[in-house]
Design a protein around this ligand. Structure first.
Ligand SMILES: NC(=O)c1ccc[n+]([C@@H]2O[C@H](COP(=O)([O-])OP(=O)(O)OC[C@H]3O[C@@H](n4cnc5c(N)ncnc54)[C@H](OP(=O)(O)O)[C@@H]3O)[C@@H](O)[C@H]2O)c1
Length: 331
């Protein structure tokens, strides 16, 4: 089996360090590993398995010879450097939002739409964290019953804001004043993730709307979202209301979820069995439960899903894309 020359951009960050942890855990076939971060971290040593690697800064020619480049250093870094890596011949898998809605770039959840990969354009976008865990259960519903309308309400952990978010929860839990969020995240939920746009939605909410349509290949699907930051360290939750085209039984829905790779159904509410953040922490599954009829419309369904936003919502999904492309002989 071939080994690959791999680069991680943003290797010192929350997602970047999870890339390293998972590349090791998954025994990813690595020939060489090159780590990049900002100039601040250049020269810093980072452990990978039993070796130490020196973090480098990005500069002209730094991607020469790289075959797979995993980016998680923010949108502006991806905007500038992902095309450089692509020009050098690497397949880029990018965690920022920079390339997600670019038509020629595939936006992939490997269990759903690996076929969207087009080898003419080698920058692949990794979707928004809340979107990944939401489209996984939506896909079998679309296949079996047809999706007519989707309404999301998210409960997003502070790790979704990177180290700054985790530090602000720790700081405010210790009784100090917030420095990152506009309110004390230890004491309240905050119904704002990212900045507001002119139509009253935040950018995060519009990412969920647009990315859901692109991944599922349904540009006209009716989708709305409300995204809320909650005082949980890690693992996002999403409550999903779906109006389906066809009638269904709850048993059929449960079976459809159970048949989808990447999903585990936890749904025995009488015994307090449903998805919670602590179950999802540090693994790659999307947990689905609280499956019930929506009482407000015909063919309406409500359910709740939880997943580790740094793993399946970011690093794990990106590495799974690389693994799936290798298996399909596209890299
Ligand atoms: N957290 C999540 O749940 C999540 C989920 C999906 C996607 N993402 C996306 O992943 C990216 C990283 O998020 P994160 O949570 O890991 O953030 P983070 O913990 O703040 O880490 C940011 C990383 O980017 C590096 N960086 C910053 N400026 C750079 C520059 N000019 N050149 C090179 N490297 C630079 C940082 O290096 P230094 O250490 O040297 O500053 C660090 O390694 C963002 O685009 C984010 O939107 C995050």
């Amino acid at each position: 089996m071939k080994n690959y020359k791999v680069a991680v951009v943003g290797a010192t960050g929350l997602v970047g360090s999870t890339f390293l942890k998972l590349l090791w855990e998954y025994k990813f076939p690595i020939e060489t590993l090159t780590l990049f971060a900002s100039e601040r971290s250049a020269g810093k040593k980072v452990a990978f398995g039993d070796k130490e690697y020196t973090v480098q800064k990005l500069e002209e020619g730094c991607f020469d010879g790289i075959e797979i480049a995993l980016f998680s250093a923010g949108g502006s870094v991806s905007q500038k450097w992902a095309p450089e890596a692509e020009k050098s011949g690497a397949v880029v898998i990018d965690n920022s939002s920079a390339w997600r809605m670019v038509q020629e770039c595939a936006l992939i959840v490997p269990e759903i739409n690996l076929a969207h990969f087009d080898s003419a354009r080698k920058i692949v976008a990794n979707p928004n964290c809340s979107t990944i865990q939401s489209v996984l259960p939506l896909k079998p519903l679309e296949d079996k019953f047809g999706l007519k309308r989707v309404v999301y309400t998210t409960y997003q952990a502070v790790s979704g804001s990177g180290m700054k978010g985790k530090n602000d929860l720790a700081r405010t839990l210790a009784g100090e004043e917030p420095e990152f969020y506009p309110y004390n995240i230890a004491k309240t939920c905050i119904p704002q993730i990212d900045v507001f746009t002119d139509n009253g939605y935040t950018k995060e909410e519009l990412k969920m709307v647009n990315e859901t349509r692109k991944i599922l290949g349904k540009p006209d699907l009716k989708v709305s979202a409300t995204c809320v930051r909650v005082p949980v360290m890690n693992a996002h939750a999403v409550s999903i209301m779906v109006e389906l085209e066809k009638p269904f039984t709850l048993e059929e829905v449960r079976k459809a979820f159970e048949g989808q790779d990447g999903i585990k159904v936890l749904d025995d509410p009488q015994n307090s069995i449903y998805p919670v953040s602590t179950v999802a922490n540090d693994n790659d599954l999307v947990y689905v439960g609280r499956i019930r009829r929506d009482l407000s419309c015909d063919n309406g369904l409500l359910f709740y899903c939880v997943s580790d936003n740094i793993r399946k919502g970011a690093a794990a999904n990106a590495i799974q894309i690389a693994q799936a492309l290798i298996k399909a002989e596209k890299i």
